[in-house]
Design a protein around this ligand. Structure first.
Ligand code: SIN
Length: 327
């Protein structure tokens, strides 16, 4: 009898499945060109460490991933987490919106089996492509008892991050990833957890809610640059958005010129969040406008996903429970 872990692999596209005309081309390529079977075939050693069950929910460039894709993936991940025959789950994905997909799965799915996302910065056809080793690492982490727990993980560049503390921080270099607050949870090769991390927000959406959601409400992030025109927010209100995350200067500081547009938006029922344009650090609950939620430890992209789920679930306390904004 085999004691190899059974790992479900969900391949969704991205640069890890990208193909270029030349081995030296790392920018002009088509993401999502290779199938799940081709990704596995590139790493024959995987057969020595795991039994893989591959699926291809879709195969696209992650710039085109939408909330409908997040719902589709979350439902499938939940089914696999609930399947006693599966040890762990690996998802391959584009790096460009990886942090949002990972955070969605982190908030919305339940269970202790490792869910590990991985990706690549260089297409599969490149000299020194990083995808094969990242896939190997992700499968090992998904089969490792060290990384069991409710939080979704990201294995990239030999490191393992928690979805609550992960961001893409560079457009091109191979080591393009970082943490907003604490740093990686440990090493991928060999799989070793070095610290617990906070893993905040894991499985925060009440069990059973995911299955009831048909879509997610329209929420945008507005980047509030110095002197930005508040008519941006009026336009969003008039277009019928359900909410907006304001990526504001510093500790979520509201410019005076935005106050009237904010009053109009909140009076019309838009839920607004004070987040920050700054890459790291929390946004405190202290505010000049009581109707606004504070992003707390969530970055603006995370706050948008959390607000979508909060509004969809009809659970107003969900946002504050996960964001944990300091006073
Ligand atoms: C994508 O996000 O699908 C393309 C870019 C990448 O994977 O690095």
């Amino acid at each position: 009898m085999s004691h190899r872990p059974v790992i479900a692999l969900l391949a969704t596209g991205g640069t890890i499945a990208g193909a270029a005309a030349s081995a030296t081309d790392i920018t002009g390529y088509a993401a999502g060109s290779l199938t799940a079977a081709a990704l596995i075939a590139a790493v024959p050693q995987l057969g020595d460490i795991a039994t893989l069950r591959a699926e291809q929910p879709f195969s696209i460039d992650s710039k085109d991933v939408t909330p409908a894709h997040w719902l589709q993936l979350a439902r499938r991940v939940q089914a696999l987490r609930d399947d006693p025959a599966i040890t762990g789950i690996v998802l391959t994905h584009g790096t460009d919106t990886l942090e949002e997909a990972a955070w969605f799965l982190h908030l919305a799915t339940h269970g202790d089996k490792p869910v590990v996302m991985t990706a690549a910065m260089r297409p599969a056809t490149a000299l020194s492509a990083d995808g094969p080793m990242n896939l190997w690492d992700a499968v090992r982490v998904a089969g490792s008892a060290d990384f069991r727990g409710p939080g979704v993980l990201i294995a990239l560049g030999g490191e393992v991050y928690g979805a609550d503390d992960f961001a893409k921080v560079h457009t091109l270099r191979p080591a393009a990833f970082g943490a907003r607050h604490g740093g990686p949870l440990g090493l991928a090769n060999p799989p070793a957890r070095q610290r617990d991390g906070t893993q905040h927000g894991a499985a925060a959406l009440a069990r059973g809610t995911l299955e009831k959601l048909t879509d997610l409400p329209w929420v945008e992030v507005l980047h509030v640059a110095g002197g930005a025109d508040p008519r941006l927010l009026d336009a969003l209100r008039e277009a019928g958005a359900a909410g907006a995350v304001l990526a504001l200067p510093g500790n979520g500081s509201l410019p005076d010129a935005w106050q009237p547009a904010i009053d109009r938006a909140t009076a019309a029922g838009l839920q607004l969040v004070r987040a920050s344009r700054v890459p790291g650090g929390p946004v405190s609950a202290r505010t000049t406008h009581p109707a606004l939620l504070a992003a707390g430890w969530c970055g603006a992209l995370q706050a948008r996903v959390l607000l979508m789920l909060t509004l969809a679930a009809g659970d107003p306390a969900l946002f504050e429970r996960v964001a944990r904004a300091p006073q």
